[in-house]
Design a protein around this ligand. Structure first.
Ligand code: AP5
Ligand code: MG
Ligand code: ZN
Length: 219
């Protein structure tokens, strides 16, 4: 079973995807992470994506659909994936439906992690990740147990994203409301949409997501 996590920038998609992976045997597919890797590698796609991402706008549908189409052919995705940050436009959602049907896969759930805009700027401007293993942290809400040391791998270098400044976040929020929010009625119409309250603390949001997925497993 495949799963789509929907929600605004800073809503907790990446945080929750990582927490669900092991329990449900799912692989996280974050188009944001894939595009940042392409930018870092200096590939042709990375060169085309960089300015758009820095401006807080959406990269073209063709690029992200192509990345996902290719990634879904890798054997590690056979047990199911969590789409994190994809789809982001109705055209991407339609392309995903066609792609999943073609590959004999099934979308079990689209879950919106709902968080009001005013909470998101703090979440995003306080975010940092381990440079070595990618574990995510926050200056206030999710500090490493020992300051300056990654809980997961012991790494001591951390990075902040180029687009995590207040000005770009406002643009990313605008793109979310204009281009991605229409996916909520899209998935509701297909009978796969659920909503969780993303203002709860991280562990509570995970429990709400697990309840939905556990239901799916039994049913
Ligand atoms: P992307 O990387 O997807 O960024 P985003 O959607 O803006 O989402 P974020 O990664 O900022 O937020 P998140 O929901 O993962 O939050 P997180 O869990 O880290 O995309 C970046 C760019 O790439 C886009 O702007 C676009 O240009 C391009 N792009 C990507 N996909 C695309 C697509 N499909 N089409 C076109 N363009 C695309 O949490 C944030 C912080 O809050 C963390 O520090 C965390 O510790 C903390 N936190 C999380 N949950 C809680 C909680 N419950 N309480 C307190 N703190 C919390
Ligand atoms: Mg993310
Ligand atoms: Zn680490």
């Amino acid at each position: 079973m495949d799963l789509v996590l929907l929600g605004p920038p800073g809503g907790g998609k990446g945080t929750q995807a990582k927490r669900l992976m092991d329990k449900f045997g799912l692989v996280q597919l974050s188009t944001g992470d894939m595009l940042r890797a392409a930018v870092a590698s200096g590939s042709e796609i990375g060169k085309r994506a960089k300015a758009v991402m820095d401006a807080g706008q959406l990269v073209s549908d063709d690029i992200v659909i192509g990345i996902i189409d290719e990634r879904l052919d890798a054997p590690d995705t056979k047990g199911g994936v969590i789409f994190d940050g994809f789809p982001r436009t109705v055209a991407q959602a339609e392309a995903l439906d066609a792609m999943l049907a073609r590959k004999g896969r099934r979308l079990g759930h689209a879950i919106e992690i709902r968080v009001p805009d005013q909470l998101l700027i703090d979440r995003i401007t306080g975010r940092f990740t381990c440079a070595k293993c990618g574990a995510g942290y926050h200056d206030q809400f999710q500090k490493p147990k020992a300051a300056g040391v990654c809980d997961k791998c012991g790494g001591t270098e951390f990075v902040r994203r180029a687009d995590d400044n207040a000005e770009t976040v406002t643009k990313r929020l605008g793109a979310y409301h204009a281009q991605t929010a229409p996916l909520l009625p899209y998935y509701e119409g297909k009978g796969v949409l659920s909503v969780v309250d993303g203002t709860q603390d991280i562990a509570e949001v995970t429990r709400a997501l697990e309840a939905i997925l556990d239901g799916a497993k039994v049913g």
